[in-house]
Design a protein around this ligand. Structure first.
Ligand SMILES: [Zn+2]
Ligand SMILES: [Zn+2]
Length: 261
């Protein structure tokens, strides 16, 4: 039964549609018990640079107020949570934590869409063959997990490496072993299944099964209609069975002892 998702966006990221209420209503209509909003986190960059796919710092207040009000209103019907999906950008991470420190952020998902950072690095989702970028991805995700600030790695298989299969296996094994060491669950991303992206990457999940990682799934909804996605959830469960992944409820990300604070 698909009853929980902690990976859902809002219109503030400029590439999602609908109101938060519509997301909640769709979740309630499908008997979901927990819904977490994890919009693309605000980040403060240098020289006035602003990326268009995340909320602005001055939208943080409204984000938590809106979700906080829905939390109260829907009490008894569904439990609502507020967090962020954030990249780990070493250069700007301290400032980011300071920025959200005054707000009731309940969890951070790691979504490493860029290497180094988006001003100076490259994206992780477009195909490439250079070994150094795969190694950098694993280094950066591992360092992110070691901070203890992230509750889960969203689409850990977003990295689109098309070089040596042997290096992929070696590096992804390293990533999975580090996730296990830091007790960070890995997310099978339903948006990837729903829209036929290059992830889920079956080789990745075969390795995660061998390492013994804990997995959750997340809707990654950018529209209210995608909050509940039973068809993709069914396929994710099949993958979990096939690769003997340790499937756990999405809410277990809250119990890992990780906190943005
Ligand atoms: Zn998005
Ligand atoms: Zn997302």
């Amino acid at each position: 039964m698909f009853t929980q998702s902690f990976h859902n966006h809002t219109w503030r990221c400029n590439h999602a549609t609908g109101t938060e209420r519509e997301y909640v209503e769709n979740a309630v209509a499908h008997d979901m018990t927990m819904l977490g909003f994890s919009d693309h986190a605000p980040y403060v960059f240098e020289n006035g640079y602003y990326s268009g796919f995340r909320m602005k710092p001055d939208q943080i207040k409204g984000y938590f107020e809106t979700i906080g009000a829905l939390k109260e209103e829907y009490k008894g019907k569904i439990q609502i949570f507020a967090g962020f999906e954030a990249e780990y950008y070493p250069k700007f991470f301290g400032e980011f934590l300071k920025l959200i420190d005054d707000y009731p952020c309940e969890y951070l998902l790691l979504g490493q869409h860029f290497l180094y950072n988006e001003m100076e690095g490259r994206d992780s989702f477009n195909a490439f063959t250079e070994d150094k970028y795969l190694i950098q991805y694993v280094d950066q995700v591992s360092e992110a997990m070691s901070t203890g600030k992230f509750c889960c790695v969203a689409h850990p298989d977003v990295i689109h490496y098309e070089g040596s299969p042997a290096l992929y296996e070696k590096e992804i094994t390293r990533l999975c072993e580090n996730a296990k060491k830091y007790s960070v669950p890995l997310e099978i991303n339903l948006l990837g299944i729903r829209t036929h992206r290059h992830y889920p990457n079956m080789k990745f999940w075969e390795i995660a099964g061998q390492v013994g990682n804990t997995v959750v799934c997340g809707s990654d909804a950018h529209a209210a209609k995608d909050v509940w996605d039973g068809a993709s959830f069914g396929l994710a469960m099949e993958m979990a069975r096939k690769y003997r992944l340790k499937w756990t409820a999405a809410c277990s990300i809250l119990k890992g002892g990780h906190s943005p604070k």
